[in-house]
Design a protein around this ligand. Structure first.
Ligand code: GLC
Length: 532
């Protein structure tokens, strides 16, 4: 199928790779670029169109690559710049786009910019970061809290000032009000775009600009015990400031210096604020990541409502998108259970907008329980015991039943799931009814079916566990019915007024059957039906 009018990032399917955990090629127990290259045939087999790599740049790895000490290189753990060029060429030769992670909000405290900045108050790079005087009693400049626990300010004894870090103290925030900082990051973007990458996913985009007066954040009266401590405050002054839109527009201009590239933003905000990042007249991010499915209560009514809210909030002509999993949130198979994970797959791949898959979700990988002494995630280390740990969704890809799932010949940096010997790419690809083959069938159908890519979306009124909607394109209509519960549902003429042909069932067993005047939807089943 070819849509002349729409871009690859609109019709395509994005796939996030967490490079540490995808495929190790040198036996050090950590995934690398050569490993990714060796798995490109798998990605073609799966049918996705673009890979987004979490950071591969030189880093002390305090936050596993989200603490960058050199924006213009590749960490030796992952390989070399040459390896990277080889990956881009090989990916492109396989019709796969390559998206990199851009982390502009903060650098590592080991980045030369920060080393200079902290060296003295009158260093030219002093103002590249956020330095503030202590309060009169010597305490931090304001009440802002780090997302990874504790104050967001660290005192630098040499400089007798505090610096701001929204995350770890090893992740000092850049000062995005300084034009030189902006230019430096835009040059970083150009460096990679010139190397041939197809776009960026911008880390914590809504964090970049902070209140110019550094006012205290107000308390959050809805704070729930057991939630991460930083949620005790509303991040009113530390995130999502009005000046952000100028920055996003500038970033978009840099991306637009090159043809056919994409700008994606990582933004955790309520939908009405999220859509602001499309920018005035769509001059901002092509795709402000929509994370609503990561936290919605998994029931039909809540999901129906959030789809409606999102569709309604989208600016005219803005392209929607949906994300089902990432390296910061519990695995979908564990959030909703194995049976519902298949329904979730059908939902993701039949909604209007670009779908983003997280590596391993296509084989139903579970959130892996991590023993205390194996915890690697700094978030879990700083804020232990309330379930914020992200290691469990970052475990090695399960390729086959061999030692360590074929991920490495060495000791994997994180343990694999106990079930890897059965639940792996090799065994699931041989099983015609597996979740992997469901993903492949959904992806193939989406690609072959303009209704699912370009078609309009219309909700169909339903009750209980039934979620139903239509996708229409040039007079052709698909009906999607998803059973979010375990009990069968009888679908009557109110939902399905016309007979139709079943194109796909989540059970992979009904394709080609005709549904006439209603049908029975099994528990945890979803169907894609072409109406006549
Ligand atoms: C983003 C990343 C997360 C990281 C944080 C700080 O949320 O997805 O993994 O820890 O930013 O860079």
């Amino acid at each position: 199928m070819k849509h002349a009018a729409i871009s690859w990032w609109q019709e395509g399917i994005l796939y996030q790779i967490y490079p540490r955990s995808f495929q190790d090629s040198n036996g050090d127990g950590i995934g690398d670029i050569s490993g990714i290259i060796s798995r490109l045939p798998y990605l073609r087999y799966l049918g996705i169109d673009a890979i987004w790599l979490s950071p591969i740049f030189p880093s002390p790895m305090a936050d596993f690559g989200y603490d960058i000490s050199n924006y213009l290189g590749v960490d030796p753990i992952f390989g070399t710049l040459d390896d990277f060029d080889t990956l881009v060429a090989a990916a492109h030769a396989s019709n796969l786009k390559v998206i990199l992670d851009l982390v502009p909000n903060h650098t590592s405290d080991q980045h030369p910019w920060f080393i200079e900045s902290r060296s003295s108050r009158d260093n030219p790079k002093r103002d590249w970061y956020l330095w503030r005087e202590p309060r009169a009693d010597g305490t931090a400049p304001n009440n802002w809290m780090s997302e990874f626990g504790g104050s967001a300010w660290s005192y630098d004894a040499g400089a007798t000032q505090y610096y701001y870090h929204a995350f770890l103290r090893e992740q000092s925030d850049l000062n995005w009000r300084n034009p030189a900082v902006r230019q430096a990051i835009y040059d970083v973007m150009r460096f990679w775009l010139q190397r041939g990458i197809d776009g960026f996913r911008v880390d914590v985009l809504w964090h970049l600009i902070k209140d110019s007066e550094f006012r205290d954040n107000p308390p959050n009266s809805n704070f729930l015990p057991g939630r991460p401590p930083h949620e005790a405050l509303l991040p009113l002054y530390s995130t999502d400031r009005p000046e952000m839109l100028d920055v996003v527009t500038e970033m978009r201009r840099v991306v637009d210096e090159f043809s056919d590239r994409v700008l994606i933003g990582e933004i955790y905000l309520p939908v009405d604020r999220l859509v602001a990042y499309y920018g005035k007249d769509l001059s901002g991010a092509h795709l402000p990541f929509n994370f609503a499915l990561l936290s919605v209560p998994w029931n039909a009514r809540a999901i129906a409502m959030l789809i409606d809210d999102y569709e309604r909030a989208l600016p005219a002509a803005a392209w929607p998108n949906w994300v089902l999993g990432n390296h910061d949130r519990p695995r979908v198979a564990s959030r909703v259970g194995h049976a519902q994970a298949r329904v979730a797959a059908m939902l993701l791949l039949t909604l209007r907008g670009t779908p983003t898959l997280y590596y391993g979700d296509e084989i139903g990988m579970q959130q892996v329980a991590i023993a205390q002494d194996q915890v690697r995630d700094p978030f879990e280390k700083n804020v232990p015991g309330i379930g914020v740990g992200r290691d469990g969704c970052r475990t090695p890809m399960q390729w086959n039943g061999e030692a360590h799932g074929g991920f490495t010949t060495g000791e994997p940096w994180l343990p694999l799931a106990d079930d890897y010997a059965c639940e792996n790419v090799a065994s699931l690809s041989a099983d015609t009814r597996s979740v992997l083959n469901l993903y492949r069938a959904l992806i193939e159908l989406r690609k072959a079916t303009p209704e699912l890519v370009t078609g309009s979306y219309a909700p169909v009124a339903a009750t209980g566990d039934l979620l139903a909607y239509r996708r229409e394109y040039e007079g052709n209509t698909l009906l999607i019915v998803l059973n979010l519960g375990a009990d069968p549902i009888s679908i009557g003429s109110d939902v399905m007024a016309f007979p139709g042909e079943i194109l796909l069932s989540t059970n992979l067993d009904l394709t080609g059957e005709t549904a006439c005047g209603g049908l029975d939807l099994g528990g945890n089943e979803g169907l894609i039906i072409r109406l006549r």
